[in-house]
Design a protein around this ligand. Sequence first.
Ligand SMILES: Cc1cc2nc3c(=O)[nH]c(=O)nc-3n(C[C@H](O)[C@H](O)[C@H](O)COP(=O)(O)OP(=O)(O)OC[C@H]3O[C@@H](n4cnc5c(N)ncnc54)[C@H](O)[C@@H]3O)c2cc1C
Length: 424
Amino acid sequence: MIEHAPSYYAATANRKDARPPLQGTQTADVCIVGAGFTGMSAAIELLERGLSVIVLEAACVGWGASGRNGGQIVNGYSRDLDVISKRYGQAPGRAIGAMAMEGGDIIRDRVKKYNISCGLVDGGLFVAMNAKQMRGLAHDKRIWAQYGQTAFDLLDKPGLAPHVTTQRYAGGLLDHKGGHLHPLNLVQGEAAAVEQLGGRIFEDSRVTAVNPGDAPIVKTAAGEVRAKHVLVCCNAYIGELLPEIGHKIMPVSTQVLATEPLGNLATRLLPSNVCVEDANYVLDYYRRTADHRIIYGGGIVYGGQDPDSIRAKILPNMLKTFPELRDARIDYAWSGNFALTLTRFPQIGRLSPNVYYSHGCSGHGVTTTHLLGRLVAEAIAGAPTRFDILANLPYYPFPGGKTLRVPLTVLGSWYYRTRDKLGV
Ligand SMILES: Cc1cc2nc3c(=O)[nH]c(=O)nc-3n(C[C@H](O)[C@H](O)[C@H](O)COP(=O)(O)OP(=O)(O)OC[C@H]3O[C@@H](n4cnc5c(N)ncnc54)[C@H](O)[C@@H]3O)c2cc1C
């Protein structure tokens, strides 16, 4: 059995037992490669439409980013809606904007429909480190209003007091439709729903080849799946499986700490129990857990390697935000990879008429993966209109190719980090 990262989530997962690997030849309408949010979301949508589904997972359900992230329901994409419209045109921009809240709605519907126990809490707060970022949040609120989304409150510095106890921020934007949850328990609950609907999931089943054609064949070391359609959603962990798409994304590692249970101190630091994310280019994100720990994430390593010390990378920022945590024991420290695209906008498409891919939510994927899973399912089920809006957007590789993409991106990021530090 391949173990999860040593996270708070793995230690508190609802399900700990493994599923068997694929053996021999199996058939299904759709074979999904990768059991993260994208794969589970697509599987549920397909099964609900009456198609048969097999999911192949190299490790175990939720082993990738989906089972180890910050758990924050962040609405929208990793690109602002007005930038999307400017870059891709008004019509696609409007259509993409109209879908921007759908991922969060899918999560809430699923949690209810399939009775998933994942500690879902409503409310997310974006905080500004300075006046420039505050203007950015006010701008975001105006843009959301243009799409009819009004569940946002702009808060000045005193307005933050009911939500977060720190002097670090100039103000914030409260998203009442944001929220947070235990992501591994969400993805595991979704996997249980897949099986309840008749889908089959094989773990420890790394896909070694996807042979396209009228009846594509998906191969593992011990078996194969013959399917009418294939969805590849391996995200940052795709490795060399399909270099034509894998080389256009960049794995980026981000790190997370979980403190010991803090009792009332956790409630004092985050009184309203919203999750918080700052507006820096390399941002901090944190929240309370059901057992009153603080989960604090941030930091990035382009290329996806782990830093020498996760604690050394995250702790200084956590203590800047909450000096009260000086003596708190750190019970868990882990990292995971998300997939960055050059445009910070996810990439979905077809490698051939019946082989689909979806990845690259670029750091904000809890909601977007759920939306993308639905869009792929719609396309496979014969209603590709919304899928095609995203699939038709240009897919740019990183400059510098596989060898130079990391140093060039580090350089670009240094520029933006410096601007954040200077508040310009
Ligand atoms: C530490 C961290 C914190 C984050 N915090 C947040 C947050 O708070 N809010 C937010 O919105 N987003 C957050 N994100 C991003 C979000 O978690 C991801 O965008 C999202 O989970 C990606 O889901 P996915 O299904 O596309 O990929 P993954 O969850 O990574 O799943 C891909 C799966 O494919 C499998 N796989 C790979 N290769 C093969 C193969 N050859 N055969 C079979 N299976 C294979 C992997 O084992 C893996 O399980 C965070 C990411 C990380 C890493």
